[in-house]
Ligand binder design. Structure first.
Ligand code: UD1
Ligand code: UDP
Length: 360
C-alpha cells in the first residue's frame, strides 16, 4: 500500500471523502482505516453511505473511553497494522484523538505523515483538539492548510514552509458536491418544523460536560426558544447532562437524534440562523451564507468571522444576538468566500500526495 487514510470521528468523513476520490484518479494504491472512535450508525455509517466513501479495509473498533485510553488503544492497534502494511504515507484529518494517535504511531515507525487541515489554532490548550493539532502538525511531513491564518500559525511555530501547502478546504468540496441534494422542505417535513426556525448543535466539553455549564446553556437555549423554534440534533456527548438540566422542557425546542449529512445540511440550508460549537459547522454556514452564532470564547477558524457569517457569542448574550440576526436576515448572495474554498481542495491535495509517494 502506498497511502493509508485514518478516519474515526464524524468530522473526519467529509474531509477524507474528496481526497480519497481524487487519489482514485491518480493510480495511488490506497487503504481506508476506521478507528471506531465513533461507532453509532448516525455518527459514522450514514456518512459512508451518503458521501460515497469506500468501505474501510479495517475497523479497529476502539470505542469510547478517556483520552489516554482511546488514544492508547488506537496506537496499539495501528502499530501492528503499520508494521505489516508499511505504507509510504499516512494521511490524517482534522484534530480528533484518532488523528494524533495515528500521527504518533507513524512518526515512531519512520512513516511520513500528511495532515489535512493543518495549522488551525484556538490558542486554548484546555481544548483537547488544540493539543491534538499542535502535536500532529509538529510530526507531519506534508501539511495541508485550509486558510491563510493557518499558514501564519505554522510559520510562527517554525515549521518549514517547504512542507506546507495551501490547498483549500476539502470539507467545502463535500459541501459543494452535495448542494443539489439538500432538500429543505423534506428536512422540515421530517421534523415537523415551521418555516422559521434555527438549528443548534452543541457538543464541546466546555459547554456540556459540567452540570453547571449545561444548566446555563439550557437556560440560554430556552431564552432563544421563547423567540423562535429551535431544532437541536443532539450529539451523544451532551445528551445526559443537557437532559438533566431540563433541555427537553421547552415546547419550542425540538431535540432530535444526530442527523445524516444530507438531512443535517438540508436543515441548515433552510434555517434563519445556526447556533453551534462545532468546528465544521462554522465553515459550512459561511459557505451557505447562513448566520452562525458560535458559543465559544475563541475560534480556530477566524476566516469564518472575518470573511464569513460567524460571530462568537456567550450564553449570556445569545438570546439578544439571535434577535439581532433574525431581524437582519441572511447575508446577500455573491459575497466573497474564503480563498480556495472552491470545491477543488481534494484535487490539490491529491496532486501533492501523488508527487510525494512517487518520489519517496
Ligand atoms: C470527538 C472529537 C471532537 C469532535 C467530535 C465530533 C476528540 C478529542 N474529540 O468528540 O473534536 O468535535 O468528536 O463529533 O477526538 N458516543 C456515542 N456514540 C458514538 C461516539 C461517541 O454514544 O458513536 C458518546 C460516548 O459516550 C463517548 C462520548 O460520546 O464517551 C464522547 O465521544 P468521543 O469520541 O470521546 O468524543 P466526542 O465528544 O465525540
Ligand atoms: N453533522 C451532521 N449531522 C449532525 C451534526 C453535524 O452531519 O447532526 C455534520 C456537519 O455538517 C459537519 C460535521 O458533521 O459536516 C461536523 O462534525 P462535528 O460538529 O461533529 O465535529 P467538529 O467539526 O466540531 O469537530
Amino acid at each position: 500500500v502506498q497511502v493509508i487514510h485514518i478516519t474515526g470521528a464524524r468530522p473526519n468523513f467529509p474531509k477524507a471523502a474528496p481526497v480519497i476520490r481524487a487519489l482514485d484518479g491518480c493510480h495511488v494504491r490506497q487503504q481506508l482505516v476506521h478507528t471506531g472512535q465513533h461507532y453509532d450508525e448516525r455518527m459514522s455509517e450514514v456518512f459512508f453511505r451518503q458521501l460515497g466513501l469506500p468501505e474501510p479495509e479495517l475497523n479497529l473498533a476502539v470505542g469510547s473511553g478517556s483520552h489516554a485510553f482511546q488514544t492508547g488503544e488506537i496506537m496499539n492497534r495501528l502499530e501492528r497494522l503499520f508494521q505489516t502494511a508499511r505504507p509510504g504515507l499516512v494521511v490524517v484529518y482534522g484534530d480528533v484523538n484518532s488523528t494524533v494517535a495515528a500521527a504518533l504511531v507513524a512518526a515512531k515507525l519512520g512513516i511520513p505523515i500528511a495532515h489535512v487541515e493543518a495549522g488551525l489554532r484556538s490558542f486554548n490548550r484546555s481544548m483537547p483538539e488544540e493539543v491534538n493539532r499542535l502535536v500532529t502538525d509538529r510530526l507531519s511531513d506534508l501539511l495541508f492548510a485550509t486558510s491563510p491564518d493557518a499558514l501564519v500559525n505554522l510559520g510562527n511555530e517554525g515549521i518549514n514552509a517547504d512542507r506546507v501547502f495551501f490547498t483549500g478546504n476539502p470539507m467545502i468540496d463535500t459541501l459543494m458536491a452535495n448542494l443539489h441534494r439538500f432538500d429543505v422542505a423534506a428536512a422540515r417535513a421530517q421534523l415537523s418544523l415551521p418555516e422559521r426556525y434555527v438549528v443548534a448543535t452543541l457538543h464541546r466539553p466546555s459547554n456540556v460536560d459540567n452540570p453547571g455549564d449545561a444548566a446555563e446553556l439550557v437556560k440560554a437555549l430556552h431564552a432563544v426558544a421563547d423567540q423562535t423554534h429551535i431544532v437541536l440534533p443532539l450529539h451523544p456527548r451532551g445528551r445526559n447532562s443537557l437532559a438533566d438540566a431540563g433541555l427537553f422542557l421547552h415546547p419550542n425546542l425540538r431535540v432530535a437524534d444526530p442527523l445524516g449529512y444530507v438531512e443535517f445540511l438540508s436543515l441548515v440550508r433552510g434555517a434563519k440562523a445556526v447556533l453551534t460549537d462545532s468546528g465544521g459547522v462554522q465553515e459550512e454556514t459561511t459557505m451557505l451564507g447562513i448566520p452562525c452564532l458560535t458559543l465559544r470564547d475563541e475560534t480556530e477558524r477566524p476566516v469564518t468571522v472575518t470573511q464569513g457569517t460567524n460571530r462568537l457569542v456567550t450564553r449570556e448574550n445569545l438570546a439578544e444576538e439571535v434577535r439581532g440576526v433574525l431581524a437582519a436576515g441572511h447575508r446577500a448572495a455573491g459575497w466573497p468566500t474564503p480563498p480556495l474554498w472552491d470545491g477543488r481542495a481534494g484535487a490539490r491535495i491529491a496532486e501533492v500526495i501523488e508527487r510525494f509517494v512517487g518520489t519517496h
